[in-house]
Design a protein around this ligand. Structure first.
Ligand SMILES: [Zn+2]
Length: 1007
């Protein structure tokens, strides 16, 4: 402020206030070091860009000066949070490396690259003394993280705690439109390195602050491009961020379980190698600072209660101190449940650390804007006593002030209590090891006779990537297992759970012997919690007080992976003879036998399709029936490979972990050819996130595809010349939006690589994002199918196909009660002869989020068909309940036979009366063929929240709907979701492998 412009009276009172504030701050330890000069120019700019004094704090309203360490201005040309300044990740790194060069208190570590090859970094800031002792400290933290190494010796633990300094890991900008964190973290690093105030100095001398300023680097750079485009085109609509990372957008913060993205793997590696006590993510979506780790219930059921107490401790300290500063809008609680462990911060929560997360307030760029909030945002509630203002001018600098102030308060509190948090870190690790003898289970067992060893190995590798140890039994072993219960709700109607949990009873047990070679994930290991959280079942009561559910409610990885996983509570399992698996778990593959024909069993493994494309020149046939050769059983759909070189086949099957049997003579079984289909994945310019998970899986399985947009399809009238299969992934909204695209008001909106926007375009590019598929595109797509192509749709893209006439005979029923909120649900096999079903068993658990409820009819547009068996009750009349009524005064009439009743997933039979001149009657060979259906109401729920499940129970779940010469495959579930649903991948891969023989095994109605 400029004191000279204020009247004498005012300046006197301001001076008084200033003195009071200074004294209070000094008492609280916030005082600056008066011997250290401040950077006047920078400090003046902080004040200028902060829109109200109360949007800053004594911790960040100045910047200390340093004679040799550059401020963020050196790279930004202005201060952190300045309007119009959004640095690329490379600029942020450049600054961090300038800091490293100028200050012995900063070290920069390269921690890996993104999908698009951009670097990720972690920056450690601490005193020279601490940085010099990083390695010896790491050795101590490793021991605290694995108390087995000190034989759970409390005295030794205390000694280690005493000698150790903790690590607090902060990550910024995982969500690309949330733009403030990089500059806030640049300035925070500077402050921590340079400021001599006792408050900051004690943090620097007591602990390591580790910073990854940009988590989603690909997305950050795209966001900066978009922002720069906006600056260069004032008054115009700028491109919406349809792509953040290479595959997914907002969901990059849902990958802590499946670990499919490089950013997750890189942060996990930092976590496992540094052993930080806290992982703290920075987000921006709430005014003005919401500590949402404290959030609301239900809390995740697998984390240690010590952790949930730590959330409260650190979080409320933030609220309390910032309340004293008079900064409005700082709160904890709110409506965010902490159930799903998919967020990046949950890497810490599930690995004995502390997860933390801020939502601050961002403007989606660096413009200063007047922001108007809704009443539910600005009204005072019990947990928000000083709420944000209904309307305020808000700047990126304000956001940077809040983020830094809150972080400094947390760092200070954490540092002052570092021995407590280090000891808790040890205790949580110890309690994880003690799991078998406390809450259990003792272990999860993966039986060696699982028919899908490849899927089994894949899930075990995920656990290894999570830091878990995997063992393998070298002899068979027997344990007591809980007897399998009758199906849930067997004695009550519908899927409604019983109102009260039944009292705990000692479950009846039975002995079970697991064969040698079974894998064992012991729960007496430091990271047992993550394995337990991933492999266990989830139950969310429909009557839970939390009614605004934030994310998925179920995720059981064994079920979604189609892998057998047994939860064993009997601690005897730990005494089984076993060895720890060194290196990654791999399923055995390669050729046995001799001959030039190779047989590969079809077992719904995800990578069978990889083999097809790796051996592109070989001739593949698919067996339409099961067969046996040399005592080995082969399922329907098994591969018969000819013209493949022995070396090539052996190399491919060995690397992929696929067993192949070489034979001299092919088995006598009906087959059809399996050509390597030409595949396209079609996206809209509306939303690409959900189909991004499909692309990711296709890339992982090395299934080649063209990535095309609805606009490309609109221009291409001969799609069959290029493609055999077109996949339209879910997540695009309704049919009208897909066809119309975005409204054509205003300016064209480009998404393409230019000098101004070097990070846009690339794998998907357009001059104007607005046009959609259009009616020409719709016709092109329909002609593609009619000419023999295959179109695949799931969830809303399946509904799109139904709504636009691709699937005569299929209709979507409006749901009124169903709540399947990110669940694992059971399906049942209806037609195992369909190539889509090859390799699958009688049931399959899949991911469902209120999937469309399909009805099937033999008449175009639905309808028609007979009653489902009628009511079966006779009307009032003569005789007993079983007797026919008799009309008086005439001989009894002959009653025609009732039409056969049909199941919910079937089309009702057409009765003679309806058949007369029935124009819409679908010929038998073009009727929808149901491959899988949803389970019965009492067995439908596997994991998560299910309410009104009877609405979808038994309805068709996977449908092969012919359209002239082609097929439309409709999924009422999402087979590719967050890298967690490998068990359902093969439904789509089977479709691709057998794209021109989908009618195999089909039984036709007589008429
Ligand atoms: Zn966010």
């Amino acid at each position: 402020m400029n004191l000279r412009r204020i009247s004498g009276l005012l300046s006197a009172s301001f001076l008084f206030l200033f003195v009071v504030a200074f004294t209070t701050n000094a008492q609280n330890g916030y005082a600056r070091d008066t011997a250290q000069s401040i950077d006047d120019e920078y400090t003046k700019k902080i004040a200028e860009y902060t829109t109200e004094k109360f949007f800053n704090s004594p911790l960040t309203d100045y910047l200390p000066a340093s004679p040799n360490v550059p401020t963020p201005k050196a790279v930004l040309g202005d201060v952190a949070g300045a309007p119009g300044k959004l640095p690329y990740a490379e600029d942020v790194y450049k600054y961090m490396r300038m800091l490293e060069k100028a200050s012995p208190r900063v070290k920069v570590f390269s921690i890996g690259t993104t999908e698009e090859g951009r670097e990720m970094i972690a920056v450690a800031v601490a005193s020279e003394a601490l940085l010099a002792k990083l390695e010896e400290n790491r050795a101590r933290l490793n021991k605290l993280a694995d108390p087995r190494t000190i034989n759970m010796d409390e005295a030794e633990a205390d000694r280690l705690v005493d000698q150790s300094f903790p690590i607090y890991y902060i990550t910024g900008t995982i969500h690309s439109p949330e733009t403030g964190a990089p500059t806030a973290l640049m300035e925070l690093a500077y402050r921590l390195a340079v400021d001599e105030s006792p408050y900051i100095k004690s943090i620097r001398d007591g602990m390591v602050t580790l910073i990854t300023p940009v988590v989603e680097v690909d997305g950050r750079n795209r966001m900066v491009d978009v922002y720069n485009w906006h600056l260069a085109h004032p008054g115009q609509n700028w491109p919406p961020m349809v792509y953040w990372g290479h595959y997914v957008a907002h969901d990059n913060n849902r990958d802590a379980m499946g670990m499919s993205l490089k950013l997750t793997r890189n942060i996990m590696n930092v976590y496992l190698s540094w052993k930080p006590q806290v992982l703290h993510d920075l987000h921006e979506s709430v005014a003005y600072l919401y500590d949402n780790t404290i959030g609301d219930g239900p809390y995740n059921a697998w984390v240690d209660p010590i952790l949930t107490d730590e959330w409260q401790l650190i979080g409320w300290k933030n609220v309390s101190e910032m309340t004293k500063f008079g900064m409005p809008g700082v709160f904890a609680h709110g409506t965010f449940d902490t159930w799903s462990p998919g967020y990046l911060m949950f890497i810490a929560a599930t690995h004995n650390g502390i997860s933390r997360l801020y939502e601050t307030f961002g403007n989606g760029g660096a413009d200063t804007l007047t922001r108007t909030l809704s009443p539910d945002e600005y009204q005072r509630t019990w947990y928000k006593q000083n709420p944000p203002l209904p309307r305020a001018k808000w700047s990126q600098r304000n956001n940077n002030n809040y983020e830094q102030t809150a972080l400094l308060i947390s760092l200070d509190y954490f540092n002052k209590n570092s021995k407590l948090f280090l000891k808790n870190f040890y205790l949580k690790s110890k309690r994880s090891i003690e799991k078998p003898k406390n809450e259990g289970p003792a272990a999860y067992v993966f039986p060696s006779d699982d028919p899908r060893p490849g899927s089994q190995a894949r899930l075990l590798r995920l656990l290894q990537a999570q830091g878990c140890e995997v063992h393998r039994a070298n002899a068979s072993f027997t344990v007591a297992m809980k007897k399998k219960a009758a199906p849930r709700g067997a004695n009550r109607p519908g899927a409604t759970p019983s109102p009260a949990a039944s009292p705990a009873r000692t479950p009846e047990t039975e002995a079970r012997t697991f064969p040698a070679g079974s894998y064992i994930v012991r729960m007496d290991q430091p990271y047992s919690r993550i394995a337990d959280a991933l492999l266990d079942y989830q139950y969310w009561s429909p009557r839970d007080p939390q009614q605004s559910i934030y994310d998925d409610t179920g995720w059981t990885f064994g079920e979604l992976g189609n892998v057998q996983v047994e939860r064993v509570t009997d601690t005897k399992v730990l005494a089984a003879a076993m060895d720890r698996v060194s290196g990654e778990v791999r399923s055995p593959g390669g050729i046995t036998g001799t001959g030039s024909i190779f047989l590969v069993n079809s077992n719904a493994e995800t990578n069978l399709i990889t083999l097809r494309y790796q051996l592109k020149q070989a001739v593949f046939e698919s067996a339409e029936d099961a067969f046996e050769v040399a005592g080995r059983k082969f399922n329907r759909g098994s591969f018969i490979i000819r013209n493949g070189s022995l070396d090539q086949v052996n190399k491919a099957t060995s690397e992929l972990g696929i067993p192949a049997l070489a034979v001299a003579q092919a088995p006598t079984v009906k087959t059809h050819p399996m050509k390597a289909a030409r595949v396209a994945i079609m996206h809209t310019w509306l939303s690409t996130q959900d189909e991004g998970w499909w692309r990711l899986a296709f890339d992982q399985m090395q299934v080649p595809f063209d990535y095309i947009s609805t606009q490309d399809v609109a221009k291409e009238s001969e799609l069959n010349k290029k493609y055999d299969v077109i996949i339209f992934g879910p997540g695009n909204g309704n049919a009208n939006a897909v066809i119309q695209g975005r409204p054509m008001y205003g300016n064209p909106i480009p998404w393409k690589k230019t000098e101004l926007t070097p990070n846009l375009g690339g794998f998907a590019s357009t001059d104007d994002m607005r046009p959609g598929l259009g009616y020409t595109g719709l016709m092109n797509l329909q002609n593609f199918v009619k000419n023999g192509g295959v179109l695949i749709g799931a969830d809303d893209s399946a509904s799109f196909a139904v709504a636009t006439g691709f699937a005569p005979g299929v209709s979507v029923q409006t749901s009124t009660r169903l709540r399947a909120i990110g669940d694992v649900l059971k399906t049942r096999m209806v037609d195992s002869a369909s190539p889509i079903a090859y390799g699958y068993g009688d049931t399959l658990s899949v991911y469902c989020f209120n999937g469309p409820i399909f009805n099937i009819s033999n008449v175009v547009g639905g309808g028609g068909g007979g009653r489902r068996g009628g009511s079966g009750q006779r009307t009032t009349g003569r005789g007993t309940a079983d007797d026919p009524d008799v009309v008086q005064g005439r001989p009894p009439a002959e009653v025609p036979e009732q039409p056969p009743s049909s199941e919910v997933w079937e089309a009702a039979p057409i009765m003679e009366e309806q058949r007369r001149n029935l124009v819409g009657l679908i010929p038998p060979n073009l009727r929808p063929r149901v491959v899988l259906r949803w389970g019965n109401a009492n067995e439908l729920l596997v994991s998560g929240l299910l309410d009104g499940g009877d609405e979808i129970a038994q309805h068709a779940a996977v449908i092969d709907s012919p359209l002239e010469r082609g097929h439309v495959i409709l999924f009422s579930m999402n087979p590719f979701w967050r890298g967690q649903t490998a068990g359902s991948y093969a439904l789509v891969f089977n479709t691709i492998l057998n794209f021109d023989n989908l009618n195999a095994g089909r039984k036709l109605d007589e008429k």
